[in-house]
Design a protein around this ligand. Sequence first.
Ligand code: S3P
Length: 447
Amino acid sequence: MHPDHPQPLRAQKALPLKGSAAVPGDKSISQRALILGALAEGETRITGLLESGDVHSTAGALRGFGAELTQAAPGQWRVKGTGVGNWQNPKAALDFGNSGTGSRLVMGAMATTPITAVFTGDASLRSRPMARVVEPLLAFGVRYEGQGSKALMPLTLHGAKDAAAIQTTVAVASAQVKSALLLAALNAKGASRISQGTLTRDHTEKMLSAFGAKISVQPSGAGEEIILEGRVPLQGTAVEVPRDPSSAAFPMVAALIVPGSEISLPAILLNPRRTGLIDTLLEMGARIDITNRRISGGEEIGDLTVRHSELHGVEVPAERAPSMIDEYPILSVAAAFARGKTVMRGLEELRVKESDRLDAIARGLEQNGVAFEIENDDLIVNRTGSNGVPGGGRVSTHMDHRIAMSFLTMGLASRQPVTVDDVAMIATSFPEYRDLMAGLGAVMEAP
Ligand code: S3P
């Protein structure tokens, strides 16, 4: 996975996709399971953990703080935590690879323990703003040295001794920032009150509760307020990780746009804070059936059947963005095949992802002959004519796994094949992607 050795891949027009595909465990929940396990007393047993680059980076960093993490079998991990406040000084810099979530949550988790750690990562992670996390953590008394005003990595964080609880409002619509503050509050004296004006993914809150934290959540305006009591020990527990809807999104849209397709995607996480893409595709006329809704590991899951569909454009409101923030690249691909205009509003957070995703999407659409406009932070995709998507482009992924998988999906149904410049990064979230897509009948080859 090195930018000096890119692995290009080309996807070409596919025959109908058929079959059932087991997508891997949810990345957000996998990260949190390891981190909470490392903070808890006793043993945490995890099943269904995502075995990907990002998750392994987090596991490596947590070992640096003194937690014991072992893989019993693929997806089955045991974590022996140190107890809240007992992490040790890591002996070396912590390399989080491509993982924004792992690094930012761990910054929060160590912020109220008097230890010092150096955070670094790959070229993509080193270009992402850490100020959004470390600035709010100042309220707990941390100190940091980062690069420039955005506090880029390499960043040194000095955790605070005897931190007191805080009351704050999270300024950005980011679950990572909210989660970092909650994890910091675990070792602060008293009850912290953390508000957010939007409803971002709530896996940290749910899992904290399962680990025995004293946490309550109440609605507040369009968002909510979370109250977390500090210095309450966490107890290791069993965590079952559901399958990742953000990974399921790629075979899902592939089946929608490749004529004649019908696939099933069993046991997908359907937490309402993660289903914005499914809701949007249904509005666009997608034939997605959800059956056997049930609860697994404290989260709602269900089985999806997806059939090729004649999609039409819709307007996606800005308020929906937090529930589908990672899905705009693949929604843009679906929109390219939809009749009429798809308007996606309020995409400013896309600019600080693994790449500037708004720009990467725009360049990819341009390369493949898809008409679009960007107005401020809104993206409007317009199908041109009835001849389908031209394709034929070579797309720059900018070390962004979701850009790579999205434009490969486009190539399965465009007139000409689509090439992406590097697929190595796909392993950060979805190492089985190529095999899984091949199993459904997709053809992707080195150009
Ligand atoms: C994540 C939150 C989102 C998302 C990321 C995973 C998480 O980031 O893009 O892939 O696990 O909390 P933001 O919280 O910065 O929006």
